[in-house]
Design a protein around this ligand. Structure first.
Ligand code: CP
Ligand code: NVA
Length: 302
């Protein structure tokens, strides 16, 4: 039994296995082939925060695989009235075969996993977003044919997606540069961990300099869920970190632009870049479905 709380819960071989399976499930879906790998299995999905992609792709993934998903809003559960996480984890372990949780605080997902006898999947926390990163790696591989010798540049806020991407880059041998305003760097414990895994991870303050030679540019919102009170301040601080056409032109000609979505056009990314041929954000969003199927088969399958 294995959890996916951090992307670093998976090693390189396991990530490659998930990506290979995701590719296969994608091509099978295109051919109309559906194999019921999770027949009669149930996944509980607990959401403390809103979601479009994670919610819909997990629900459709379970249904395509012959299983069933339950959407459970935090406040619809007794959790919202203070039932302890450990009791909820133990009880759900008696009913379903896996739990996906999106929570503000990473420690909630860790505590849930500690008390659960079924696999727990992190569907986003303030610290990490591992399911997103598996879809991102799948997308990079589709467009670049490989994950090695890739230069990936993160521009913007050193947030949950950036943290998981740093760990994944170090595991998969991607060279990653992050360009964030000072004070908004990714979690430094994660950066240290990634470096200790042999990761080629560097900080370059100026986005113009950072994107030179980039194969992939990745950005995300300047204000993540739970940080809404800081929005006005962040709009000013991040102004120089917008992914616009002039920045994209400083990268390699065949650079792909990724964004986990939802995007704020005119803030972290321009409408022009979102709509450009460099942008592969909708393929990336689609790949959430295929990558998550592979995760579910690996964690919940026989
Ligand atoms: N990228 C992502 O996780 O999107 P949602 O918040 O819509 O799930
Ligand atoms: N960093 C964003 C990602 C949303 C999918 C957030 O946490 O709100």
């Amino acid at each position: 039994m294995k959890h996916l709380v951090s992307i670093a819960d998976l090693d390189r071989d396991e990530i490659e296995e998930i990506l290979d399976l995701a590719d296969r499930l994608k091509s099978e879906r295109y051919k109309g082939m559906i194999a019921e790998y999770l027949k009669n299995k149930s996944l509980a999905m607990i959401f403390e925060l809103p979601s479009t992609r994670t919610r819909v792709s997990f629900e459709v993934a379970m249904s395509d695989l012959g299983g069933h998903a339950l959407y459970l809003g935090w406040n619809d559960l007794q959790l919202g009235r203070g039932e302890p996480i450990k009791d909820t984890a133990r009880v759900l372990s008696r009913y379903v075969h896996g739990v996906m949780i999106r929570a503000r605080n990473h420690s909630i997902i860790k505590e849930f996993a500690e008390h659960s006898s079924i696999p727990v999947i992190n569907g986003l926390s303030n610290l990490e977003h591992p399911c997103q990163i598996l879809a991102d790696l799948m997308t990079i591989r589709e467009y670049k044919g490989t994950l090695s010798k890739i230069k990936l540049v993160w521009v913007g806020d050193g947030n949950n997606v950036c943290n998981s991407l740093i760990l994944a880059s170090s595991i998969m041998g991607i060279s990653m540069v992050y360009s964030t305003p000072p004070g908004y760097e990714p979690n430094q414990e994660i950066v240290e961990k990634a470096k200790s895994l042999g990761g080629d991870i560097a900080y370059v303050r100026e986005p113009d300099e950072a994107v030179a030679g980039a194969d992939v540019i990745y950005t995300d919102v300047w204000t993540s869920m739970g940080q809404e009170e800081e929005r006005e301040k962040r709009l000013k601080i991040f102004r120089e970190y917008q992914v616009n056409t002039s920045l994209v032109e400083k990268a390699n000609e065949d650079v792909i632009v990724l964004h986990c979505l939802p995007a704020h056009r005119g803030e972290e990314i321009t409408d022009e870049v979102m709509e450009s041929s460099n942008s592969v954000v909708y393929d990336q969003a689609e790949n959430r479905l295929h990558a998550q199927k592979a995760i579910l088969v690996k964690l919940l399958g026989e």
